[in-house]
Design a protein. Structure first.
Lengths: 425, 154
């Protein structure tokens, strides 16, 4: 079977507005179990599970856990990154709106394991419905004694509140997010130090994605060993996929790592409309590579995705059919990054504007070979020299198309020459 | 809501700045923040006005100019763009008789672009104030505008 419902298995059965409904399906039982296990054993299970972050970078969670657990500087903070702004991603919204308690339970278990007393959910401002559902869930969790002082009479206290963004994509980047929580413009900081040592309010801070926290109760339930049998060597467990674009069945699907993109698109998504062909598929979102149809046998896996010199991304797959001009798509992506760049570092702030000027030339059949060289050099420079993940991945779409769709660039230059000649004729 | 009343709901700490700005701006029919209001917030939180101005300028939710009572935001990113069977922006521009970025003369509507709304499974998606509307069609857009007008005159 293609789908493997581990963290989404109760979605559709649970009433997200009812904590009683969640508890009918073993909700908060994993918290009780975790409290019995103790912090060290919880971290050990997550280590055995080889859990990697689900927000895009795929960083091994246990490294952060151990680092924060060892910190003695108090208070320590825990942040759930729910600033899901990457175009084509909506799986966190799906989790927040359909099973909020599972995320809260994961956060409480993690806070207990690392000795954290205060947590935030940084939720993007656009997610009003998720905000209402999550607010209700927090209220109920407090009433039941799963949050607050002396949780389940085990002498452990943890407070959790929601902070909302205000329409800024870069705030999904960990330091930009921290700045935003501190009431500042969302501009990243130079690393190191990393948030695990100097994070929110200059205190040790553990930041993970919604899906990562939602996975924790499942690991406690089935054990790290069983979890690690799912997926591939480099990528254990399951991944939520956000499938969108020119596809029949758009939506969120949970699959084990190792499933091919073709299977996801054809079998789960039902393929493209009749009479259309897949021209391009963008992985991860605006920050990800654009690949041609013949590469769709690639499997979902952290290691395999390294060929794109980019991060795995949070599991978005955007299908684009043969009606669309590649340069129109690239320009749209370019405009997104130029708009969302925080402006702190020069390569990203100025570079993306210049990239768009070059893309515009290709789009309007006014490009030369020199423009191609410039575009390639500038794209690489932005990738290599930007301060944070936004800038570093802003040119991925261009870099990947220069590789897989080079003929489109060459064609455009040739046609530009022909059109220029006819303009003078 | 009066600003003074709203401020009292929050501890006077900078970390609540975005919450205060968002909540207050949303409560105003003009959907914008004035210099005098920023000054009051700065005083309450004991932070420089320049800091608040920098924050307001940074986040796309905030506006220093008055806007319509209903802010219509159209997603301009790839998933919505490729899945739309009609031009959402042109349709709204025609229905509202204003260009993108403008406010209607009666100050009821402002038309804006937005980055991805995270509703790509329901593309094309738009947002009217706090509510996201998915799978919009030209007919649905007309209906939504009529509903807003109805609420406004009610």
């Amino acid at each position: 079977m293609l789908e493997h419902k581990l963290i989404t298995k109760y979605i559709g059965k649970i009433d997200p507005l009812s904590i009683a409904s969640y508890m009918t399906f073993h909700g908060y039982k994993m918290l009780r179990k975790a409290l019995r296990l103790g912090g060290e054993k919880i971290i050990e299970q997550i280590e055995i599970a080889q859990l990697r972050g689900r927000g895009g970078a795929g960083f091994p969670m246990v490294i952060k856990l151990k680092s924060v657990a060892a910190q003695t500087n108090r208070p320590k903070y825990l942040i759930c990154n729910a600033d899901e702004g990457e175009p084509g991603n909506f799986k966190d919204r799906y989790l927040l709106e359909n099973n909020p308690h599972q995320i809260i339970e994961g956060m409480i278990i993690t806070a207990f394991a690392t000795g954290v007393e205060k947590g935030f959910v940084y939720l993007r401002g656009e997610y009003e419905q998720a905000y209402n559902i999550l607010s209700r869930a927090l209220e109920d969790a407090y009433k039941k004694g799963f949050l607050g002082q002396d949780i389940l009479k085990k002498g452990f206290s943890f407070d959790l509140e929601i902070r909302r963004g205000a329409g800024s994509y870069v705030c999904g980047e960990e330091f930009a997010l921290i700045e935003s929580i501190e009431g500042k413009a969302g501009r990243t900081r130079v690393k190191p130090p990393f948030p695990t040592t100097v994070g929110a309010f200059n205190k040790p801070t553990l930041i993970n994605n919604v899906e990562t926290f939602a996975t924790i109760p499942s690991i406690i339930e089935i054990g790290g060993k069983a979890f690690a049998t799912i997926g591939t060597e480099s990528s254990r467990g399951t991944k939520l996929i956000s499938l969108s674009g020119n596809i029949r069945r758009k939506g969120v699907y949970e699959v084990p790592f190792g499933v091919s993109l073709r299977d996801i698109i054809k079998t789960l998504g039902g393929g493209v409309e009749k009479g259309r062909k897949i021209k391009m598929v963008q992985l991860s979102g605006a920050c990800g590579p654009i690949i041609p149809e013949y590469m769709l046998d690639l499997i979902m896996d952290f290691e395999r995705f390294e060929i794109f010199e980019s991060k795995t991304g949070a599991g978005a797959i955007i299908v684009i059919d043969d009606r669309y001009d590649m340069f129109e798509i690239l320009l749209r992506i370019g405009e997104f990054f130029a708009h969302e760049s925080c402006g702190k570092c020069t390569p990203c702030r100025e570079g993306n504007l210049q990239l768009n000027k070059l893309l515009e030339k290709f789009h309007k059949y006014k490009a030369s070979e020199h423009d191609l060289t410039l575009l390639e050099t500038l794209a690489r420079m932005i990738h290599q020299t930007s301060l944070c993940g936004l800038g570093q991945t802003s040119a991925t779409a261009i870099i990947s198309t220069l590789h897989y769709f080079r003929h489109e660039y060459i064609n455009r230059i040739e046609k530009s020459v022909t059109m220029e000649d006819s303009r003078h004729a | 809501m009066e600003l003074d009343q709203l401020l009292k709901q929050y501890p006077p700490e900078q970390t609540y700045l975005l919450e205060i700005l968002s909540k207050y701006q949303t409560s105003k029919p003009t959907q914008h923040l004035t210099e005098a209001e920023l000054k009051s917030i700065a005083e309450y939180l004991s932070i420089p006005e320049s800091h608040i101005y920098a924050v307001v300028a940074f986040y796309s939710f905030y506006s220093l100019v008055p806007r319509g009572k209903y802010i219509i935001q159209v997603c301009r990113d790839v998933p919505c763009h490729v899945a739309a069977t009609f031009d959402v922006v042109r349709t709204l521009e025609t229905l509202l008789q204003i260009p993108m970025g403008a406010t209607t003369k009666d100050n009821i509507f402002t038309l804006e672009y937005t980055s991805c709304l995270g509703a790509c499974d329901g593309s094309p998606a738009i947002r009217i104030n706090q509510t996201i509307h998915t799978h919009v069609t030209p007919e649905r857009l007309k209906q939504l505008l009529d509903e807003c007008r109805g609420d406004h005159h009610a």
